[in-house]
Design a protein around this ligand. Structure first.
Ligand code: CP3
Length: 335
């Protein structure tokens, strides 16, 4: 069993720097693209044998040190009874978005039987994996933003409007999602996930002040509730350089950062917690010499053999060559 990822997550010393990639199980891999010719994303994620196959592909092909469950953050709203469509080259679309307090009545409480396919995928994976398995969920803000906007947004105007103008609806939605996330991640851990990551992909659009008022208490509630599960809890968002000091008030083992902050600066803020990141995914489209120089610059800033997990600063871009990813893993392992 290769446990470098878990050791690093817990802040311990490792011989080899552990590597995994957000969105490693997906469009940059030929096996996945082939499966997608036959099945849509939701079918793939909801069919345990196929989902397990997709999760395993990067382990074999890239030699990464952790697997991530093949799922999507929108599976949770679906389990709560909210229909979601994943639209090609757009993303998640919700035809009846959340706009009034009445809309909260459309949510069913979280029940494990509505994600039993994920529990089965996890058990299948644990039967074959030699590296740890990461479970995940979207964070309440990021999920709420899809639910309120109805489609991907780059300004999150309606989400912020709801936050400012409908405090009761905002609080109701955030509380409902937080409870569901606790149940959802608890179920994944009980089925065998050995670490969990919460993706707050879009929370960096908020000011630190708004983050503290409208989001932080809910993040604190979720992470504290998961503590008793005793697996590393990872907290990731993009554009969060200005929020990292507030992230310190959320109980977790690992903080993931994107490339808009240097590792040394992030480490100075997060102190004793483990750090994950943060190569710009676009770097992977450049010549190898550029990639190598970027990694060397990153690694000159911190102690990479204690409390550090190598990753990109966000998901692998679809046009990334998997052979370059493989070469990068080898390069990091050689450091
Ligand atoms: O390899 C992995 O990381 C595991 C699988 C995974 C998917 N989604 C599968 C997927 C993970 C971890 C996610 C998380 C996710 N989903 C996030 C948080 C991480 C992030 O990137 O910020 C978000 C915001 C979503 C919502 C979502 N799902 C979007 C925006 C899209 C479409 C655009 C895109 O980035 O692909 C999806 C669809 C989706 N989820 C695909 C995959 C492999 C692409 C489906 C396809 O076209 O084949």
């Amino acid at each position: 069993m290769n446990d470098a990822f878990l050791l690093a997550a817990r802040g311990e010393h490792v011989e080899k720097i552990p590597v995994w990639f957000m969105r490693q199980a997906g469009r940059s891999l030929p096996g996945y693209r082939k499966l997608r010719e036959k099945y849509d994303l939701l079918t793939l994620t909801q069919t345990p044998e196929l989902a397990a196959q997709v999760s395993l592909e990067p382990i074999e092909r890239l030699d990464v040190d952790a697997a991530i469950l093949f799922a999507d953050i929108m599976l949770l709203p679906i389990a709560l009874g909210i229909p979601v469509r994943i639209v090609e080259s757009v993303g998640p679309v919700i035809d009846e978005p959340v706009r009034t307090i009445e809309d909260l009545k459309r949510f069913k409480p979280f029940a494990r039987e509505n994600i039993s396919y994920l529990e089965r995928t996890i058990r299948l994976l644990r039967g074959t994996l030699q590296v740890p398995l990461i479970g995940f969920s979207g964070a309440p803000f990021t999920l709420a933003s899809y639910l309120i906007e109805g489609a991907p947004s780059r300004t999150w105007t309606r989400t912020k409007q709801c936050m400012y103008e409908s405090p009761e609806l905002w609080r109701g939605l955030m509380e409902l999602l937080s409870e569901a996330i606790i149940g959802y991640l608890g179920a994944q851990i009980d089925a065998g996930a050995q670490a969990v990551q919460i993706f707050d992909s879009w929370v960096g659009c908020l000011s630190p002040e708004d983050y503290r008022i409208y989001v932080l208490p809910h993040m604190q509630r979720i992470f504290s509730a998961l503590k008793e599960k005793n697996v590393p809890r990872m907290h990731f968002g993009t554009n969060t350089a200005g929020l990292l000091a507030d992230f310190l008030n959320v109980d977790c083992e690992v903080i993931g950062v994107d490339w808009r902050i240097e590792l040394a600066a992030a480490k100075r803020i997060i102190g004793g917690k483990s750090l994950q990141g943060n190569l710009d995914p676009a770097t992977m489209l450049a010549d190898w010499s550029v990639i190598q120089a970027s990694v060397d610059r990153m690694f000159s800033q911190i102690d990479t053999h204690q409390g550090y997990i190598f990753n990109l600063g966000h998901g692998v871009l679809p046009e990334t060559n998997d052979l370059t990813l493989r070469k990068l893993v080898e390069y990091v392992h050689g450091k």
